[in-house]
Design a protein around this ligand. Structure first.
Ligand SMILES: [Zn+2]
Length: 323
């Protein structure tokens, strides 16, 4: 019997995406990682990044967990190697998840302490620049932002902020750097100091010291989570603020553009915080941080061994062999 079985036993695979709904994004991000690292491979200047990214998250080890009450089986990442190359799509994604987790962990305490505070979501832009001028443009925007937060009106009404930099690529190959800012405002702002979008644009214009009116967007974010952290307006604003700096699709459109972007933003900081949100994030992360180990409630689950999935480049899937 055994012999016959062996003959008919072809190697079978289980896909990570079939095993775990919440781990489906792994395939997408790791595929993006291959596309981006391939661009680094094409230049000796960036070969080191290529080598590090090749080693990124090739093997994922998960703990298998069984819910003590329902018996439901889930898996939770327990071990992986992360390259932490700045533009690595996998590491960018993990970092974003980590930031969001930290924000939501700190949120109840913050909202308890500042009950009447309300969230706003601000987007600040400038005219597109050449990719070779990206660094100086962002430096100038940063200085202008500091001018803005030192103004009386801002100081008087703002409790804290989280600001991130995003860069998109416009059709003509220019760079479009812009800031996403999550603002925590005092309730007095809405009573006596409220500014229209055009007022914010004028302040930003003045801080930039330009003659054109920059595109600015400001909106009030619904304050409460409504019991569902994934569907609230605040969650949308947080997700928009704490996401990638450059989307992978923009990285891979043009090799030379992406190489120049890499040079331009080298060592630049893209996350800053202030006021009562000041110590929420740090930009540097450890491998351990990116595993997001402390994410959920461990007590409900019983560990029942581990399981590993490997990246199959040619299939663009994480899989594991099964007997
Ligand atoms: Zn990576």
């Amino acid at each position: 019997m055994r012999n016959i079985d062996n003959k008919n036993n072809k190697v079978k695979y289980e896909n990570l995406s079939d095993r775990s709904e919440k781990d489906k994004p792994w395939d997408i991000h790791r595929k993006d990682c291959d596309a981006v690292s391939n661009l680094y491979f094409q230049s000796s200047e960036f070969e080191k990044y290529y080598e590090r990214m090749e080693d990124c998250s090739g093997r994922l080890e998960f703990n298998q967990l069984m819910n003590r009450e329902t018996g439901e089986l889930t898996i939770k990442l327990s071990k992986a190697h992360f390259c932490r190359v700045r533009h690595c799509p996998v590491c960018q994604w993990r970092k974003s998840l980590m930031w969001k987790a930290r924000f939501y962990k700190a949120l109840p305490e913050i909202e308890k302490e500042y009950k009447s505070a309300r969230w706003m979501f601000l987007t600040l832009t400038v005219e597109n620049c050449e990719i070779t001028e990206l660094k100086s443009t962002i430096q100038w925007m940063n200085k202008s932002f500091i001018k803005m937060i030192q103004r009386k009106h801002f100081k008087k009404n703002n409790l804290g902020f989280v600001k991130t930099t995003e860069i998109t690529r416009s059709k003509d190959g220019k760079a479009h750097p812009h800031f996403h800012v999550l603002l925590m405002m005092k309730s007095t702002y809405f009573k006596s100091s409220y500014l229209k979008t055009s007022d914010w644009a004028e302040i930003w214009r003045d801080c930039l010291n330009v003659s054109y009116v920059p595109v600015v967007d400001i909106r009030v974010v619904k304050n409460k989570l409504n019991g569902d952290a994934n569907k609230s307006a605040l969650a949308d604003a947080v997700a928009e603020t704490l996401k990638y700096a450059v989307k992978p699709a923009d990285m891979t459109k043009n090799r030379d553009w992406f190489h120049e972007l890499t040079r331009q933003v080298f060592k630049m900081r893209f996350v800053s915080t202030g006021g009562v949100l000041k110590d929420l994030f740090k930009e540097e992360t450890t491998e351990e941080d990116l595993l997001l180990l402390s994410e959920d409630n461990e007590d409900d689950n019983k560990e029942i061994g581990s399981v590993c999935f490997n990246w199959y480049k040619s299939k663009s899937k994480y899989r594991r062999k099964i007997e």
